[in-house]
Design a protein around this ligand. Structure first.
Ligand SMILES: NC(=O)c1ccc[n+]([C@@H]2O[C@H](COP(=O)([O-])OP(=O)(O)OC[C@H]3O[C@@H](n4cnc5c(N)ncnc54)[C@H](OP(=O)(O)O)[C@@H]3O)[C@@H](O)[C@H]2O)c1
Length: 267
């Protein structure tokens, strides 16, 4: 595997799943264009990935909450003069809490990051991806895409959006050289829970979660095979399959026991 893979643009590459995806893509022979807000953390991941792919790594610090960030990132990637063959829409965040208690602005920013940014990046980069002999879009959704989740309402809905959009885009691109893969991980031990204000669930997340490396391996493997959707981990896959057989109301009651009942109430 060599330079033939081209370059992958990875968002949210400074830590967690994004950093693990960057390292796995480097191992599989991709050059890397990495982005997130923190330059130091990106440089760190960039150095590790460079040791795996012969130093074919560039990074750009950008805040995806800024309206022009996707355009700037795309212009930067295209200006590199390298073949961009893969887009990994990984950057995302959660917000745990009741819809009418969480700030509207925070929820709107999350919707922007989780939904609009992936759509905009894909729309801007698709012409470039289509030029490749083989092009890939890897969208990070979540197992929370499979059911409505009280206490995690907007986040779970945003991940359903990612999954459905991803599958539909894949259908539109069938017959082209580009495949679209959605990844629906269960709990991964990263900075996600802390940033989502889910400290009260941290012990549970650590007990049932996995590290990001196996999730990244499963995600990249599915992407290279051109699969539509993957749920990494056997237990997660079984859970998703069982969920698929149950009525919505039952699935919602089950998620209530974790995400609604354990929610620390404001006085
Ligand atoms: N952890 C889980 O249990 C889990 C489960 C299912 C799905 N997921 C999904 O997996 C993806 C990665 O999450 P993670 O678990 O790795 O979380 P994480 O550890 O919090 O990492 C999030 C990444 O996104 C970047 N990011 C956040 N806000 C950004 C912004 N405004 N602009 C640019 N970059 C931003 C962060 O980098 P900077 O701080 O440097 O900007 C960081 O690299 C997300 O889409 C998440 O929804 C996670």
């Amino acid at each position: 595997m060599g330079n033939g893979r081209g370059y992958a643009l990875v968002t949210g590459a400074s830590q967690g799943l994004g950093a693990a995806l960057a390292l796995e893509l480097a191992r599989q022979g991709f050059g890397l264009l990495l982005t997130s807000r923190r330059a130091d953390a990106l440089a760190d991941v960039g150095r590790q990935a460079g040791a795996l792919n012969g130093g074919r790594v560039q990074w750009l610090a950008a805040d995806l909450f800024e309206p022009d960030a996707p355009a700037r990132i795309t212009a930067w990637a295209e200006g590199m003069g390298v073949p961009v063959t893969c887009l990994v829409n990984n950057a995302g965040q959660g917000l745990w809490g009741l819809f009418d208690e969480l700030s509207l602005g925070d929820q709107q920013r999350m919707m922007r990051l989780n939904m609009e940014v992936p759509v905009e990046l894909a729309r801007r980069l698709l012409p470039r991806l289509k030029q490749a002999r083989r092009g890939y879009v890897l969208n990070i959704s979540s197992m929370s895409a499979y059911t409505a989740m009280a206490g995690f309402a907007v986040y779970a809905a945003s991940k359903s959006f990612v999954l459905r959009w991803s599958r539909a885009l894949r259908g539109e691109l069938s017959g082209s050289s580009v495949t679209v893969t959605a990844v629906c991980p269960g709990s991964i031990i990263t900075g996600f829970t802390e940033r989502a204000g889910m400290q009260a669930l941290d012990r549970l997340a650590r007990r049932f979660g996995t590290g990001p490396a196996p999730v990244a391996r499963a995600a990249v493997k599915a992407m290279l095979k051109g699969k539509a959707e993957v749920v990494p981990g056997l237990m997660n896959l079984l859970t998703a399959r069982i969920q698929g057989c149950l009525p919505d109301r039952l699935n919602e009651r089950l998620t209530d026991t974790i995400y609604l009942r354990r929610l620390p109430r404001k006085r």
